[in-house]
Design a protein. Sequence first.
Length: 94
Amino acid sequence: MRRPFLDLGSPVASCPSIPVTLDYAGTDPITINWQTVDTGQPGIAKANVDYIQASGTTTFLPGSKQEFIDLTVIGDVTPRPTCSTVSGSSSHST
């Protein structure tokens, strides 16, 4: 999954929708489990400082290649290159 670029230049919280894209659409539902993780790298967003740590499950319906994950960003005036890195696993439902 690609890392999103978000402008955190506002001091208010926002809820961006992060796109999650599959290379190929399935013929059956595809479910992914995801969670935000801190990379520990300097200048990268930190959980509960720059964004609210989150996890969840997203299901792609048959024929769908893109879904969205909503995250809560804690706004500030220091730009960051990413909101978070999303990692997860998937399962194929039959």
